[in-house]
Design a protein around this ligand. Structure first.
Ligand code: NDP
Ligand code: PMR
Length: 393
C-alpha cells in the first residue's frame, strides 16, 4: 500500500543547486521508474577489564554525594543532572534539550557547531538561561572534538548523560565532501566524530555519581534492513569495511565504508548502522564494569527537521504528509524530543544494550536490530578500525 502510493509521486527530474544538478533520482530518492530497487584512560580490551573496575571503584569512593538532605524532614533530593546533547540547535536535539530543561532536573550542555544558531534556538523554544550552556563542537573536526572535551572538563561539571544526536544527510550530493581529517562527511561526522567524543568522555561518565549514567547514540530505522523503511534503496551495507579501513578519503580508496562508489543517502544509512553497532560494542566492553547504560533508539520519522535540508524542495514538501498519512510513521519534533528525553532520564529505561522504539500509543519497547546492525564480529572490527582512524591507537 505504502509502496503503491509512493509510486504515484512525481518521478525523473533534476534540480540545479549551486551549479550542481542534484541526483537524477526520482522524488523520494528512489528510482521508482527502474525498480523499487579515546585518548581515554579507560583503555580496556575484551578480556582485560580489571583496570577499569579498579578505576571505577576508586572514583566512586571519592565522589561527591549524589543525595543531599533537602527538607526539614530529611528527605533526599537528587542533584540536577548534566547532559551533553550534540546537535541541539535544531530538530530532535533541540526538542530533547527543551524537554529536559523544562523538567527542571537537567542542565543541558548544547554541543553545537553554530553558537549563534544554538542561542537563538534555545530562546525560541523558551529554555531558561540557567538550564543550559552552549559549548562549541564541530563533529566534522577531530581537533574540535578534542577541544570540546578539554573545555567540558575545565568546567568542572559532572557528566551524567551523553547524547550523540547530531547528524548530516546528503542525499543529493553527486560527489563526497569531507571532514577536516579527510573522512567522507556523513560517516566522519555521524560516526567517527561521535566515536571519539564518546571515548574521550567515557571517563567522565564513569566518574559521575549520578544514579543512572547513560550514553545514548541515536540510530534509525533506515539503517535496519529488517524493516520496510530499511529496504528502500540504497540500502545500508558496511560490507567487509574495506573502504573504512582505507580511511574513506575518496583519493586512492573509496569514500564509502563498503568500498563502493559514493552515494550520500547510503553513506548516511551506513553511518546509522555504525551508531547502532558501536552502542552495542560499548555495552559489551563497558557495561558490566561501569554500570553505565548504553542505548540507541529510533525516535520515529520526524519528517519536518533540518535533516532533509539538502533534499529537493518537492521531497521536503511531500515527505511529511507521506509519513503522516501513508506510512503513519510520522512523529512531531516535540514528541520525538519527549521520547529521547525518556531514554535520558526515565528510571524505567535503564537496561543497557537496547535499541528503543515506540508503538502507536507512544509506549517504548525494545526493538530488534537487523542482522548487520547486530553483528558482533562486525561491531568489534568497526570499533578497532575506528579507533585507528580517530587516533586512539
Ligand atoms: P537536524 O538537521 O534538525 O539536526 C541535526 C543537528 O546536528 C543540527 O543541530 C546540526 O547543527 C547538527 N550537526 C550537523 N553537523 C554537525 C557537526 N559537524 N558538528 C556538530 N553538530 C552538527 O536533524 P534531526 O533532528 O532530524 O536529526 C537528529 C538525529 O536524529 C540524527 O542522528 C538523525 O540521524 C536522527 N534521526 C532523525 C530522523 C528523522 O526523521 N528526522 C529519524 C531517525 C533518526 P546545525 O543546526 O548547525 O546544522
Ligand atoms: Mg522512508 C513504514 C514505512 C516507512 C517508515 C517508517 C519510513 C521512515 N519510511 C517508510 C517507507 C518508505 N520510505 C517507502 C515505502 C518509501 C518509498 C517511497 C520511502 C522513501 C524514503 C525516502 C526517499 N524514506 C526516506 C527517504 C529519505 O530520504 C529519508 C531517509 O532515508 O533519510 C535517511 C527517509 C526516511 N524514511 C523513514 C525515515 C525515518 C526516514 C528518514 C530519516 C532517517 O532515517 O534518519
Amino acid at each position: 500500500m505504502a509502496l503503491q502510493s509512493a509510486a504515484l509521486l512525481p518521478c525523473a527530474f533534476s534540480i540545479h543547486k549551486e551549479g550542481k544538478s542534484s541526483k537524477d533520482s526520482c522524488f523520494f530518492g528512489v528510482p521508482f521508474c527502474d525498480h523499487i530497487k579515546a585518548d581515554s584512560s579507560l583503555k580496556i580490551k575484551h578480556g582485560s577489564r580489571k583496570q577499569s573496575v579498579i578505576r571505577a571503584e576508586a572514583v566512586a569512593a571519592t565522589a561527591a554525594p549524589t543525595f543531599a538532605p533537602a527538607t526539614a524532614q530529611g528527605k533526599k533530593t537528587l542533584r540536577k543532572g548534566t547532559v551533553v546533547v550534540t546537535g541541539a540547535s535544531s530538530g530532535l536535539g533541540l526538542a530533547t534539550a527543551k524537554a529536559l530543561a523544562e523538567g527542571g532536573k537537567w542542565h543541558v550542555i548544547m554541543a553545537c557547531r553554530d553558537f549563534l544558531k544554538a542561542e537563538k534556538a534555545a530562546k525560541s523554544v523558551g529554555m531558561a538561561k540557567e538550564n543550559y550552556t552552549i559549548m562549541h563542537l564541530d563533529l566534522a573536526s577531530l581537533d574540535s572534538v578534542r577541544q570540546f572535551v578539554k573545555n567540558f572538563k575545565q568546567t568542572g561539571r559532572h557528566l551524567d548523560v551523553l547524547v550523540c544526536n547530531a547528524a548530516v544527510y546528503q542525499p543529493t550530493a553527486r560527489e563526497p565532501s569531507f571532514t577536516a581529517e579527510g573522512f567522507e562527511l556523513s560517516v566522519g561526522t555521524n560516526h567517527l566524530g561521535h566515536f571519539l567524543l564518546s571515548r574521550l568522555l567515557l571517563d567522565d561518565l564513569v566518574k559521575s555519581d549520578y544514579p543512572s549514567r547513560r550514553l545514548i547514540i541515536v540510530g534509525s530505522i533506515t539503517g535496519n534492513t529488517n524493516t520496510l523503511a530499511g529496504n528502500v534503496p540504497p540500502k545500508a551495507n558496511l560490507g567487509d569495511l574495506r573502504g573504512l579501513q582505507g580511511g574513506l578519503t575518496g583519493l586512492n580508496t573509496s569514500s564509502m565504508i563498503d568500498g563502493g562508489g559514493f552515494d550520500g543517502a547510503k553513506a548516511y544509512k551506513d553511518s546509522k548502522v555504525c551508531n547502532m553497532l558501536i552502542m552495542q560494542e560499548f555495552h559489551r566492553r563497558f557495561h558490566e564494569e561501569t554500570g553505565i547504560t548504553f542505548a540507541s533508539l529510533y525516535p520515529g520519522c520526524i519528517a519536518t527537521t533540518g535533516l532533509f535540508r539538502e533534499h529537493i524542495p518537492l521531497f521536503r514538501l511531500l515527505f511529511p504528509p507521506f509519513q503522516k498519512f501513508i506510512t503513519k510513521g510520522f512523529v512531531s519534533e516535540e514528541e520525538s524530543g519527549k521520547r529521547l528525553a525518556q531514554v535520558v532520564s526515565d528510571p524505567s529505561l535503564t537496561k543497557s544494550g537496547v535499541y528503543w522504539s515506540w508503538n502507536k500509543d507512544s509506549a517504548s519497547f525494545e526493538n530488534q536490530l537487523s542482522q548487520e546492525a547486530s553483528d558482533i564480529e562486525k561491531a568489534r572490527k568497526l570499533w578497532e578500525v575506528s579507533e585507528k582512524l580517530v587516533g586512539l591507537t
